[in-house]
Design a binder for this molecule. Structure first.
Ligand code: SDX
Length: 437
């Protein structure tokens, strides 16, 4: 980044003037460095929800929300979706360049050979109720990994950081599958290192010891593609959570567990599960206008799940790719179209013609169609966000490594605008009156 020019601010209250350097990135909006703002003007900047705040600089992912552009390390998502694989994209995110064939083979071998987790963890799963949400299990189990891997939690050691990243990417499918097996009362299935990354996940989720299981190559490829689309998305809520947790020096397993927790929210990664439930609630196309009206009603908490995005004010490029995939995958996997796909298409068509959605630039996001493909693959609705977490672990660990690897890395510690009571004195309990309503 080069600081080419600056922003001059004059405080009309004090007449003080400050020159703030403008930092240019390689693509996208420049940023104003406000690091001296409080020290020199005595004010905090105020931006709840961080609509205009860059929390860091990063070389990983670029989004142009107006144009609907997404690039990983400069490569357009459309090209990676078309020609790459999830583990090749994982290598790209961790190391900055597309791997050669020997590099990819070695990386794939490392990941597949880290896919088992400590046998002692099996009893951990048994401690959860059978109806525990798999995301609750994921948060607990991933957070507990640091109890097993003391040999890779010295975050000042780049090699430890790399091993922890490999372990997390490798073990997420195994932990996810074990969470699923626990919820349906079936025995856990160990990873099989002869299988692909997504083939392994499907086998661990759906095979049973008493009969052969054949991995459907359409499902295996569809999952790999969906995982590519979910790898990273610059400073979204869960990634920012991972960075903030990591900035305190917390171990990588705890940081990723915090990312899983943040992802679970229905406004974020939990939306893919919420979309399917919404489509089931809508039921048929003739109910669509009533739900669109509810989504527009400020007094109704109902929102069109899978619609809208903080950054994309255009069609989410990932949604466009998944929408196209739906036709192909549903035809092959589903014997007859899932009626919810037709419903989703009509819902999108009606919403995108409605002034409310047009003026607010609300388009389908990555979560709007992804659940339909997960469903066609046979993944249960309560595992949809788990799928998102498996893929996003690559982005989380890459962002964490980028931050921890910076020389002047500091703990993240935002301030606030205090609007509470002014100073007051303690009142003995016998002299207190009930507070007024
Ligand atoms: C992901 O950040 C990322 O990059 C996330 C993600 C990633 O890869 O990490 O892309 C993954 O989380 C995708 C988003 C999944 N969430 C949903 O689909 C839930 C439904 N969407 C919304 O809750 C909402 O659109 C958000 C949370 C996604 C974005 O919220 P913002 O940016 O805070 O927008 P907002 O709430 O301020 O909305 C602006 C206006 C409001 O109306 P007005 O106050 O102007 O009248 O648009 C309205 C909102 O009421 N609005 C919606 C709506 N989304 C926004 N109205 C109805 N239905 C919706 N879905």
């Amino acid at each position: 980044m080069t600081e080419k020019n600056s922003l001059t601010l004059i405080d009309n209250r004090s007449g003080r003037r400050i020159e703030l350097p403008i930092m240019e990135g390689t693509q996208g909006p420049a940023a104003v460095d406000i690091g001296r703002f409080y020290r020199e003007l005595g004010y905090f900047t105020y931006d709840p929800g961080f609509l205009s705040t860059a929390s860091c600089h990063s070389e990983l992912t670029f989004i142009d929300g107006e144009a609907g552009v997404l690039q990983y390390r400069g490569y357009p998502i459309e090209q990676l979706a078309e020609r790459s694989s999830f583990l090749e994209v994982a290598y790209l995110m961790l190391y900055g360049e597309l791997p050669t064939r020997p590099q990819l083979d070695e990386f794939t071998d490392i990941i597949l050979h880290h896919s088992m987790f400590n046998e002692a963890l099996k009893s951990f799963f048994r401690g959860f109720y059978h109806d525990a949400h798999p995301m609750a299990i994921m948060v607990g189990v991933v957070g507990s990994l640091s109890a097993f891997y003391h040999d890779s939690t010295d975050i000042t050691n780049p090699r430890h950081r790399e091993i922890a990243a490999h372990r997390l990417i490798a073990k997420m499918p195994s932990i996810a599958a074990a969470s699923y097996k626990h919820s349906i009362g079936e025995p856990q299935v160990y990873p099989d290192n002869r299988l692909s990354y997504t083939g392994n996940l499907l086998n661990m989720m759906f095979s049973v010891p008493c009969e052969p299981y054949e991995i459907d190559p359409v499902a295996e490829k569809a999952l790999d593609l969906i995982f590519i689309l979910h790898v990273d998305h610059e400073q979204n809520a869960s990634t920012s959570t991972v960075r903030l947790a990591g900035s305190s020096g917390a171990n990588p397993f705890a940081c990723i567990a915090s990312g899983i927790a943040a992802l679970w929210g229905p406004a974020h990664g939990g939306a893919n599960e919420a979309v399917l439930r919404m489509l089931d609630e809508i039921g048929t196309v003739d109910n669509v206008p009533r739900f669109i009206a509810r989504a527009k009603d400020r007094n109704d908490p109902f929102r069109l799940m899978g619609f809208g995005h903080r950054v994309y004010k255009n069609y989410d490029p990932r949604a466009r790719i998944i929408r196209r995939m739906c036709h192909e995958v549903l035809d092959k996997l589903d014997d007859g179209q899932d009626p919810r796909f037709e419903l989703a298409l009509r819902l999108e068509e009606i919403a995108l013609q409605d002034e409310y959605f047009i003026e607010r630039k609300l388009y389908p996001n990555v979560d709007f169609y992804s659940g339909l493909i997960y469903k066609a693959i046979g993944i249960p609705v309560n595992m949809f966000t788990v799928m998102f977490a498996i893929a996003r672990t690559v982005g989380w660990v890459a962002q964490w490594m980028e931050m921890i690897g910076e020389k002047n890395q500091r703990i993240g510690r935002p301030r606030q605008l205090y609007v509470g009571p002014r100073q007051r004195d303690y009142v003995p309990i016998e002299q207190r009156e009930p507070a007024g309503d």
